[in-house]
Design a protein around this ligand. Structure first.
Ligand SMILES: [Zn+2]
Length: 392
């Protein structure tokens, strides 16, 4: 009997040590493996591009999944795409941190069911709180708390923006101190509501101000571009969009099926955005926006965030992103175009966040002037948020 007890305690101790080692060493390996870049830093641009970049008044990016990887964003890393020191180094004003809660095994662009999930085992391997292992809502709330913890521990260099008042105060503070930066919280896929409308209030209370109805699979809200049925908005989805609008939460149509985009635009009374996308005009695939949808979104005062990875822009460099920006600007007006990188989204990016000046270089080559480049690189995001975030 004693022998059995001793054996069991050895086994438990061994498993605990193995789990701790997984948390410590496997998590960064997974992060490094998934979040690579085509070009390695440091990135070099012409003197002109660098000067234009440094004069840009507000540099913003509508989408990154950095919170998914349990990376300490207060420290500078030589892997992954975003952390606060790199944001400061490159003079970033605002990065949207968008929350992933569930992704299908063998995730692909064309056809994914909701039955499987990669994130459960990722969260277990990362040693996240046990309640996040079994609840998509808790996964989202934990990632929100994580961003606020970074803000608390950043000694004032990083803050989370949730309102027009916050943004105005931040812009004022930034005039006196360039060495500060900010984030805002979004969600990829409203499965985090766990089917309950009142959880929109819980997400709002946690700081989330932007939500995409769907991610890689169809859910209770409606169809994903990558789902099985790829349908439109459900009745529940209609109620959810209405409740978001009442709270001045921004609807993000990234990953939505064409039918869902149409249905949301039919009922939306406020501008929407697409946080990270490409356009069919330069890269024709199921993920990207048609000309008709670009026009409808812009007509409602919306914003299109152009991504910086190959499947979105059909190229592996900043020139491909600039081509998609130009195509969109030519079609709907430059005041509707923004950056929506998808940094840390488990794709090979053209560059990490410190490579943003490369986009300026390519936009200059396409003939854009400094004022127009300023709009795309963040001016339009600032204007959109000043118009669409809750006042307080
Ligand atoms: Zn995405």
């Amino acid at each position: 009997m004693k022998k059995t007890i001793r054996l069991i305690s050895y086994l438990v101790a061994f498993l605990l040590v193995a789990y701790l080692l997984t948390i410590l060493f496997v998590t960064p390996i997974i992060d490094k493996k998934f979040n690579t870049t085509t070009l390695l830093p440091p990135y070099h641009v012409s003197t002109q591009a660098q000067q234009v970049y440094e004069r840009l008044p507000f540099i913003a990016d509508l989408h990154c999944d950095a919170l998914l990887w349990k990376r300490n964003l207060l420290k500078r890393h030589n892997y992954g795409h975003v952390d606060i020191p790199r944001m400061l180094e490159v003079g970033m004003a605002l990065q949207a941190f968008t929350i992933v809660s569930k992704t299908p095994v063998n995730m692909n662009f064309d056809h994914n069911s909701a039955e499987t999930d990669n994130i459960t085992r990722l969260f277990i391997a990362q040693g996240r709180p046990v309640k996040t292992w079994f609840s998509l809502k808790e996964r989202a709330l934990e990632q929100c708390r994580q961003l606020y913890r970074f803000a608390d521990e950043s000694q004032g260099t990083f803050r989370v923006i949730t309102s027009v008042a916050d943004l105005q105060q931040y812009m004022q503070d930034k005039q006196n101190n360039q060495n500060i930066t900010a984030g805002m919280l979004g969600v990829e896929g409203m499965q985090v509501l766990e089917g309950k409308l009142e959880n929109i209030d819980a997400m709002y209370a946690a700081g989330i101000r932007m939500m995409a109805p769907v991610h890689f699979f169809d859910n209770k809200i409606g169809g994903s571009a990558h789902g099985i049925k790829k349908g439109g908005l459900t009745d529940f989805g209609r109620q959810a969009i209405k409740r978001m609008e009442e709270k001045h939460m921004i609807v993000d149509l990234a990953h939505a099926s064409p039918a869902l985009i149409d249905d949301v635009l039919d009922i939306a009374t406020r501008p929407v955005l697409v946080s990270h996308t490409g356009v069919k005009g330069t890269c024709n695939n199921i993920r990207n926006l048609s000309d008709a949808h670009l026009k409808r979104i812009a007509a409602g005062g919306g914003l299109i965030g152009i991504a910086v990875f190959e499947p979105a822009v059909c190229g592996t460099d900043a020139a491909a992103t600039a081509r998609a920006i130009k195509y969109t600007a030519d079609l709907v007006g430059i005041e509707h175009v923004a950056l929506g990188s998808d940094f840390d989204g488990a794709y090979t990016m053209h560059f990490d966040v410190t490579g943003l000046p490369l986009v300026v270089e390519e936009l200059l080559k396409l003939g854009y002037n400094e004022q127009e480049i300023g709009l795309v690189m963040g001016g339009n995001v600032r204007a959109f948020l000043l118009q669409n975030l809750p006042a307080e």
